[in-house]
Design a protein around this ligand. Sequence first.
Ligand code: DC
Length: 226
Amino acid sequence: MKPIRIAIDGPASSGKSTVAKIIAKDLGYTYLDTGAMYRSATYLALKNHLTESDVAAILEQMAAHPISFGRATDGSQTVFLGDEDVTLAIRQNDVTNNVSWVSALPEIREELVKQQRRIARDGAIIMDGRDIGTVVLPDAELKIFLVASVDERAERRFKENQEKGISTNLEILKKEIAERDYKDSHRKVSPLKAADDAITFDTTGVDIDGVVSFISEKAKKIIDMD
Ligand code: DC
């Protein structure tokens, strides 16, 4: 059995993190939510009233408040900036609506990609994001690109937010998701796109179990090859 690296990319709410977490648990792999890292950088920028022209100051804030992951008593993943628990704060609307400009800054991406590669160094990892298969781990053993219709993704996020106690409006969510798709796929640095060797899977109308077994089967085949 060889420890492999699994890259899962795709647009917002395409189901990446839900399935990645399940597969990581199943394989005993580390799960890395790279979106949480861009959200954390955005949280720091907003908290300190920084803008696109303050890249150096955002980087300084990131160095002073390193990102780390922990585990809550219910087993869910928690996100820390220094010793501040930002798990919930980074999911709030102000962060979600500002993460596109922060994640379009090349210097911020460079720093976070460096951290992501360090975490992936030993393999046995499943990472989700937008550029994992294309930039972060171009030689990952398995690359999956998940897509789903805007309507379905908005409904998924709506439910997710409800469960977290975050109030949202479905029509506004659809608009925001479509806008974020556009910005994520049209930015100059590391735009959202499938790697040439990625397997694209449309999850519209497919339940979580269906997506998990599709990816798990492919992963287990590669793991068992050795
Ligand atoms: O996966 P998410 O919705 O939590 O990600 C939040 C934002 O972070 C997303 O709109 C784009 C950005 N992102 C990125 O640019 N590259 C990644 N690898 C992951 C996320």
